[in-house]
Every structure is written in structure tokens, then in C-alpha cells.
Design a protein around this ligand. Structure first.
Ligand code: DLL
Length: 433
């Protein structure tokens, strides 16, 4: 099912032309209205007329998070404030948040992107969707909300938090779809199980999970525990919010809403473009947004592009599920490790709950040490010590085979790791303490 067949299945030549036209207009807009972009172009001797098609994209200087921070709050807006009808912000790791703005048209095209996402998961006017992403400055709640209304679903704006109440509403309102972080989905499943809910009475069919990294193993876990189809949804505030890319029922990468956002993959060290299939940093250029367009924005997310047509008929480039971030990568005794790889190795073993945290430590002059704390399931907890030791051994072996490193494993009692109602914090970095 498509929301906008003509856009989602656009022939590649027509897509290129459309992107090139829109890119030219966006570059002209940025150059004319934003001091930052004018300076960046002038700095490399580039005129806005030099950008004629998407082949010229690599000539444009990158935009990075610091540029948004330096222009806090509204300095990168390319539309006058009287045309802006909404702002969102995303908290940086330090100091001020980064702020993005939307004109009425921007809100409309964003709803359009989410409408495509929800339709790809089969959600329409006969559905009830519980939107459990946070409402507020975070783009998750309101982003999903407008798209859900657009497709005509009954939209339940519960926002994040209050898990018990969410579990109740899910049953009482008969939600057929849910949108939340994958870690919250796991928490919700646990809460429902604890309150003795008969899962066969739930109408839930599909979930749209994103805003944080998760693994294929986590997907299978959520699908099995809630008995639903779990789809990945990707986006970031700087580009628009959720809906930049979305999965269809084939679950083979996320379709980029390419008529609005042009993806590139670059080598994060050199900045050079990488061909389809190679892993690198995702870079996006928005080509329709009015208030806060970004040119070649470096996401710090690692992925790769697939250009083959999908079995669903959509023609857009797909990105692989986010493999990690250039900045959450841990280097353990010389090996690059992403928390999502550890998650996959853990869930492969079985008998564990999808609740874990990585503790990173560094003793003076020593390499980083990582210990993973993971909850065992109730059934194992009541088991004999020997079985628990055996489990610990199996986890170490699983991590060592998949990642080629040995890390310390600590099995903890069920329900001891703090649950998250929004984005989960998977890494506790004690090196900064
Ligand atoms: O997290 C937007 C969003 C809301 C996406 C709801 C999906 C669903 P930010 O707070 O700006 O925006 O964080 C963006 O979150 O650069 C990724 O590192 C991460 N991220 C978002 N979606 C995914 C995903 C929202 N599906 C940052 N898989 C991005 C992995 C994701 N990481």
C-alpha cells in the first residue's frame, strides 16, 4: 500500500530531475537568506549557480551540528520568522539545544512523510494508533501525530511515560498500531505481561519503532513478545524529524523519502563519497524544506545505501538500519564495537531480557574495559547456580565469536536495570567521571 504512489515509485530518471530542480531552488534559497551558507559557499569560491544538478552535490561544503549550535537559536532559518509556525529542539550532549523551525508547508510535507511511513505499515483510517513518543520539543510525538491524522487513523497522543497507564489505554482503546522507541516497546511488553494481560485480547498489529539504535535481534524479540510487525522508522530533527526513511513490510532497509531528502554516504574520516553498499556516515540534503533547510548535513549515523528496487515496488534508495554512530563507537583493545552489536550477541543467546547496559571504564594508562550488565529472565533467575554460570559463559562466547573480543559479563536480577520511557541510555561511560 502506498500513500503517494507517484512519489514513492517514481522512475529513477524522473527522480534525478526532480531532485536536481529542487536542489537548485534550495541552494539559491540558502545562499540568499542565510549568512552561514553564504559564508560557507564564498569560503570555497562556490556560487549558487554552480550547482546545476545532484552531480554537483559533493562540491557543497558539509553542514555539521556545531553550525546549528553556533547559530542558536534561529540563525540558520532561511524563512522570515513570520512564516515560521513551529519550532522543535533536540538536546545536545552539552550546553544549548539545537533548534529547528517549520513553516506551514514544512509541517505539511512532514505529515506527508509520516503518512507514507504509516501506510507502508498498513495503517489507515480504520486504525487506532497510540503515539507514545514524547510530545514537546522532541520531534517524535508531534511528528507522528500529524501524519497519523493525515492518514485518518484515530490518533491517541499519550506521549511518553506512565507505562502502566499506557498499557491500560492500549487495551481499552484497542490500539492496532503503536509508535514509540524500541526500548519502550520492550518495557511495555514486560508491563503487560506482569499485569497478566491475555495477549490474544490485544488488537495491536504493527509498531513504528525508532529514535534510537536497535538490532535485528531486538526486532524479533519485540515481534514475538507483542505478536506484531515491528517496523523501523528513522529521522533526525536537523533534517525534519521522524519520517526521513521508513520500512515496508519486507523489512529490508528503510526507504528514503528521496523527493524531499537526498542521502549520501561518506567516509567519515576523509569526507569522500562512498558508492552504494559501502558503510559510512549518512549525509542528508533537504530539498523542499523552507524554514530550516540543511545542505549536506552530517548525521554521524553509520549506514549504507541500497539502490536495487524493493519487492514492494518503491524505487527510492534504501538505507540499512542504523549500524551505530561515529561517536558511540567504543574501541575496545583496538576493535571497533557498537552497542547494537553487543545487543544482537546477547539476544542471540536467549534466556535474557532485552534490558542491558554497557559500563565503560578506563584505568589510568590502560585500554578501555567494557562490562555488560544484562538481566536474566525470571525462569533462569530461580534456577540453579550452575545454569546461571553456564549462561554467563555462553554470553561471553557469543560476544567473542561475533565481535572477536572478550568483555566482562554480569548477569543481574530481573527488573534491576532502569527502564526507559524515551530513548534508552545503553552506555554508562565512567571514563568521564
Ligand atoms: O530521534 C527523530 C525520531 C523520532 C526518529 C521518532 C524516529 C522516531 P533526534 O532526537 O534529533 O530525532 O535524534 C536523531 O536518533 O541521528 C540517530 O542517531 C537516532 N535515530 C533516530 N531514528 C533511529 C533509528 C529523532 N530508527 C538521532 N535507528 C539520529 C537508529 C535512530 N537510530
Amino acid at each position: 500500500m502506498y500513500w503517494d504512489l507517484s512519489a514513492e515509485c517514481l522512475d529513477r530518471t524522473a527522480m534525478r530531475e526532480l531532485q536536481s530542480d529542487r536542489l537548485r531552488a534550495t541552494v539559491a534559497r540558502c545562499y540568499a537568506n542565510t549568512a552561514h551558507y553564504r559564508k560557507a559557499f564564498d569560503g570555497v569560491g562556490l556560487k549558487s549557480d554552480d550547482i546545476r544538478s545532484i552531480d554537483d552535490l559533493p562540491r557543497i561544503p558539509f553542514t555539521v551540528k556545531e553550525d546549528l549550535r553556533d547559530n542558536y537559536p534561529f540563525g540558520l532559518f532561511a524563512a522570515p520568522l513570520e512564516d515560521v509556525v513551529r519550532v522543535h529542539a533536540s538536546s545536545g550532549t552539552t550546553g544549548k539545544p539545537i533548534v529547528v523551525g517549520y513553516t506551514r508547508e514544512d509541517i505539511g510535507l512532514w505529515a506527508e512523510c509520516i503518512a507514507r511511513t504509516l501506510t507502508a505499515g498498513g495503517v489507515g483510517r480504520n486504525d487506532v494508533i497510540q503515539v507514545a513518543y514524547g510530545y514537546g520539543l522532541f520531534t517524535g510525538g508531534l511528528g507522528l501525530h500529524y501524519g497519523a491524522e493525515q492518514v485518518g487513523a484515530v490518533t491517541v497522543p499519550v506521549s511518553g511515560g506512565n507505562t502502566k497507564r499506557q498499557a491500560m489505554l492500549l487495551q481499552d482503546f484497542g490500539a492496532t498500531a503503536i509508535a514509540c522507541t524500541p526500548s519502550f516497546a520492550a518495557y511495555l511488553a514486560e508491563t503487560l505481561r506482569d499485569s497478566g494481560v491475555d495477549f490474544s485480547t490485544l488488537k495491536l498489529r504493527v509498531g513504528f519503532f525508532g529514535a534510537e539504535p536497535w538490532s535485528e535481534a531486538m526486532r524479533r524479540e519485540i515481534e514475538a513478545s507483542l505478536n506484531i510487525l515491528a517496523l523501523d522508522i528513522y529521522g533526525l530533527s536537523e533534517v525534519i524529524g521522524p519520517g526521513v526513511a521508513y520500512e515496508c513490510e519486507h523489512q529490508c532497509g528503510l526507504h528514503v523519502a528521496e523527493d524531499h531528502f537526498i542521502p549520501e554516504i561518506i567516509n567519515p574520516e576523509t569526507g569522500e563519497n562512498l558508492p552504494p553498499g559501502e558503510v559510512g556516515e549518512l549525509v542528508f540534503t533537504t530539498v523542499t524544506k523552507q524554514a530550516a533547510p540543511v545542505l549536506r548535513y552530517r548525521t554521524r549515523d553509520l549506514s549504507r545505501l541500497f539502490t536495487e528496487k524493493c519487492a514492494c515496488g518503491r524505487t527510492a534508495v534504501r538505507i540499512e538500519r542504523i549500524l551505530g554512530r561515529t561517536d558511540d563507537m567504543l574501541i575496545i583493545r583496538g576493535v571497533n564495537v557498537f552497542p547494537s552489536q553487543i545487543e544482537a550477541a546477547l539476544l542471540d543467546v536467549g534466556y535474557l531480557e532485552p534490558h542491558y547496559v554497557l559500563i565503560v571504564d578506563r584505568e589510568a594508562g590502560r585500554m578501555d574495559e567494557v562490562e555488560v550488565w544484562v538481566e536474566i529472565s525470571e525462569s533462569v533467575f530461580n534456577d540453579e547456580v550452575r545454569r546461571i554460570e553456564d549462561l554467563e559463559h555462553r554470553i561471553r562466547a557469543s560476544i567473542s565469536t561475533t565481535l572477536g573480543i572478550s568483555i566482562r559479563v554480569k548477569l543481574v536480577e530481573p527488573r534491576t536495570i532502569p527502564r526507559s520511557e524515551g530513548k534508552a541510555k545503553r552506555v554508562m561511560d565512567r571514563r568521564e567521571l
